[in-house]
Design a protein around this ligand. Sequence first.
Ligand code: FES
Ligand code: FES
Length: 209
Amino acid sequence: MSDDSHIVLPDPKPSTEPGLSRRAFLRGVGATTAAAAAVTTAIPELNAEAVSTVKGIRQAVIQTEINGKTYRLAIKSHWTLLDVLRRELNLTGTKKTCDRASCGACTVLLDGKPVYACSLLALDADKRKITTIEGLSDGETLHPIQEAFIREDALQCGFCTPGMIMSSKTLLDQNPRPNVAEVKEALAGNICRCAAYHKIVKAVTLVKA
Ligand code: FES
Ligand code: FES
């Protein structure tokens, strides 16, 4: 396993399409500039200082409780909790999709509160309790939220489902009978690309404790 397996270096050169005239290129840019301006983040070119920061990655040992088991884990300082769960512990129920705190598919509970595991350094999980989707069921017996998602057919591809269920768990722990508005608010940080929202919200309101 490479130490820097998930460091992606940006290519600073803009891509050019053969045969695309400058006029046609600018016309295309003009049509998309407004939308792009809202979402584009400037990527600085790498310099010697940045490279030396990458080389300065440190080793660390953390102790954390994951799904009721205590782990001592040797990690690198730049590893995210998501990569440690999936890659080091094979807890692949937590999904990696956007990997940039936008979709909620990687939601786990940190001391009972939902967090995006893709955006939390594993170092920050030291001496904390983590619950992942694997920690909800009791052996072959599914958690009532999982049962409700199945009963209400509240998924299509299922990629958002673990994150939806973890966010729902926090809500239901605090409010066992949420109304539709409360469920929508609790799941606001979770995106479903299949747009199964109606059934997801219904399932959460119908969880049998
Ligand atoms: S994978 Fe973490 S928020 Fe999308
Ligand atoms: S069921 Fe496909 S992303 Fe939600």
